[in-house]
Design a protein around this ligand. Structure first.
Ligand SMILES: Cc1ncc(COP(=O)(O)O)c(C=O)c1O
Length: 394
């Protein structure tokens, strides 16, 4: 058995649709298929506007960049971010010349330590960039309560948590903007790709402009007449309203997205059923800490060990048996060379704990009963041996 972190996720139907699409069109750059995918995704996510881009990282960058322009944020302005997330959740804050303010995580839903979050808000705080980590929804109601009526933008990185819910509401609908990744290891894929969702019309307009060089023609038709009138001496086709990038994606990737989106609920169902079985397996062992989160859209099967030496031994043991594993995303990001100047061991104890005591194995639509039974047996073997060993050395 070789249980990889992720399998080849494009199925026959995706490929057949893609081939048929290629044969049927001569237009491959962003066009009507991208718009159709955005529309379908906004129906699925229940939001007003979606902007399809070439990665989740681009989605994060564009969202911060657009909000900076919209709100005229400057170099002293602070964006609160967690110590455990993906590097390109933090990178865009720094790359946009803003100040990241790191807050430790909690060990219940893996989002912010909410007490510290409240204490980290200053008069310069402009946004809180929440990450819903490995499919577990952060407590958005509490975050909203902590923010109160202060004018602080709440942003959600849902790249690992598509379909996670709080009550009946999907994550990605609690702040002014949210981001998704369709990289192939995620809940659904467009090979590479990302989405930004927002109900805010002004933010939507800037995102459209910036995704595509700053070009006015990218805006919805209803705005064109007025803009033309204001800029009579410039050819409307080459009218640039702001500084922009090229973060567009292609018709081909959108076609895959449309195909994958049809199966996303089914995929999430399989992932969550695997996750429930996995949690049941873990329940037996005192050595493990269990998360008790609701509304999960499982990204992976995570292990949290009370003891880090046991964690290391177990991780080696399952590797020997053909199960691939990895750190919990990238562990404590403040230990990474590019962020180490922000690190202070006193303030990031939970992030350190996740760094040393946690890891995960893959969960996806290909994880089945056979694999889960295999894992169960491996866990029994490992923990039984350790009990015998512990008794012998008592
Ligand atoms: C939390 C989080 N944010 C952002 C990203 C970036 O997404 P992408 O790989 O599509 O650039 C990832 C990628 O894994 C992620 O896990």
């Amino acid at each position: 058995m070789f249980w990889k972190l992720q399998e080849d996720v494009l199925n026959r139907r995706d490929l057949d649709l893609l081939i048929a699409f290629i044969k049927s069109t001569s237009r491959f750059t962003q066009f009507k298929t991208v718009s159709r995918f955005e529309k379908k995704f906004s129906q699925w996510q229940k939001c007003k506007n979606c902007v399809y881009v070439n990665s989740g990282s681009s989605a994060n960058f564009l969202l911060i960049n657009a909000l900076k322009e919209l709100n005229k944020w400057t170099a002293d302005d602070e964006i609160i971010v967690p110590a455990v997330t993906w590097p390109t959740n933090i990178g865009p804050v720094i790359q946009n010349g803003l100040k990241p303010v790191f807050v430790d995580v909690n060990l219940k839903d893996l989002s912010f330590d909410y007490k510290r979050l409240g204490k980290s808000i200053t008069k310069n705080t402009r946004a809180i960039f929440v990450t819903h980590l490995i499919g577990i929804p952060a407590n958005m109601l509490l975050i909203n309560k902590i923010v109160g009526n202060r004018s602080i933008a709440i942003l959600e990185d849902c790249c690992e948590s598509q379909g996670a819910t709080i009550g009946s509401q999907k994550v990605g609908s609690f702040g002014i903007g949210s981001t998704f990744s369709f990289y192939w290891g995620h809940h659904m894929t467009t090979v590479e790709g990302g989405m930004i969702c927002t109900d805010d019309e002004e933010l939507y307009k800037i995102l459209l402009l910036k995704r595509s060089h700053g070009l006015a023609r990218e805006l919805p038709l209803k705005y064109h007449r007025e803009i033309r009138k204001r800029n009579k001496n410039i050819d409307f086709r080459f009218l640039f309203l702001t500084d922009g990038f090229n973060m567009r994606n292609t018709e081909l990737h959108a076609e895959i997205g449309l195909s994958q989106l049809e199966r996303i609920d089914n995929y999430i169902g399989i992932r969550n059923s695997n996750y429930a079985d996995f949690m049941e397996m873990c329940r037996k062992y005192d050595e493990l800490i269990l998360l008790k989160s609701k509304g999960v859209s499982s990204f992976s099967l995570p292990f949290f060990f009370k003891d880090q030496i046991k964690k290391r031994k177990f991780q080696k043991f399952i590797t020997k048996h053909g199960i691939e594993s990895r750190p919990l995303i990238s562990g404590n990001l403040l230990l990474q060379p590019f962020l180490k100047t922000y690190y202070d061991p006193e303030n990031f104890k939970n992030a350190d704990f996740l760094h040393n005591n946690a890891f995960y194995i893959g969960n996806n639509q290909f994880v089945n009963m056979e694999k889960l039974r295999f894992l169960k047996k491996i866990m029994e073997d490992f923990f039984k041996k350790r009990i015998i060993y512990a008794k012998r050395n008592h």
